[in-house]
Design a protein around this ligand. Sequence first.
Ligand code: AMP
Length: 125
Amino acid sequence: MDIFCKIIKGESPCYKIYEDDDVLAFLDISQKYFGHTLVVPKKHFANTLDCDDEILKKVILATKKIAKHYVDDCGVSGVNILNNNGKEAGQMVEHLHYHIIPQGKECKGKEKMDFVEQQKILKLN
Ligand code: AMP
């Protein structure tokens, strides 16, 4: 079982940002960027190419909702939305995920901020 399936099952911890019936979003563990967030379907799909269209729509709409929340409500200037498909394309975890990376001068120097503090600033529900 991959690490994101374990997080979804509650068998591994995460700093949750958003959850609905089909989607979970949580902070990326790498701490390279402030607010680096991963958006994943609760049902396992390896990547975008493998994903059921209805679920993919839900994941993308949740990604948009979270990214818009960061810009509209959390004082972030812009966001990168990224998705890797396959090992050769840099995908390390074989469970579909979209990266949201907040950008702007307000994010600089906050990369190592405590996860609980980041969660307080960015949490959507
Ligand atoms: P990718 O290269 O697109 O597959 O990205 C996988 C991401 O998952 C990386 O940015 C990792 O830092 C992140 N990651 C791996 N394990 C965990 C975990 N347990 N909790 C949160 N993020 C994780």
